[in-house]
Ligand binder design. Structure first.
Ligand code: CU
Length: 153
């Protein structure tokens, strides 16, 4: 009986340690992106090498609640019309403002964040050099200027 309890405790400790190691060492170069109550990112440009692994972490540094001022990071495939995308996104509340019909055009995306929250996505930059649009798909934010460019070179 007693040995079982000890073994179970040891397993629990090992699981916690493994989780800690996984959380402490995310793959990819960390890009710290913030969104604020003025509907702006802190970064207008992210530069990457072709195929480089990036770890984008978005944090909301505002105070307005998520329901009114949510932010995310959405990287669009080359040639995707960001206006058409965000127009469709406005009707995609159920899927975190990622419109299902554009799923194939989304290279990477995070969930929405509210004040003090962070969300992460790790992905490989496109292998084709060029510029790619990233934006916040919360209704109205792209038109307010919440967008940027991933430059692959
Ligand atoms: Cu936003």
């Amino acid at each position: 009986m007693r040995i079982h309890v000890v073994v179970r405790s040891l397993i629990a400790v090992l699981v916690l340690l493994a989780a800690g190691v996984a959380a402490a060492a995310p793959a990819g170069r960390l890009i710290e992106l913030t969104g604020n109550d003025q509907m702006k990112y802190n970064l207008a440009t992210i530069t990457a090498k072709p195929g480089e692994t990036l770890h984008v972490q978005i944090k909301s540094v505002g105070t307005i609640p998520k329901a009114a001022m949510g932010h995310n990071f959405v990287l669009l495939a080359k040639g995707t019309d960001p206006k058409a995308f965000t127009t469709a996104a406005a009707n995609a509340y159920a899927t975190g403002y990622i419109p299902p019909e554009f799923k194939a055009k989304v290279l990477a995306s995070t969930t929405l964040v509210g004040p003090g929250e962070t969300a992460d996505v790790t992905f490989k930059a496109p292998t084709a050099p060029g510029t790619y649009t990233f934006l916040c798909s919360f209704p109205g934010h792209f038109l307010a200027g919440m967008k940027g460019t991933l430059v692959v070179k």
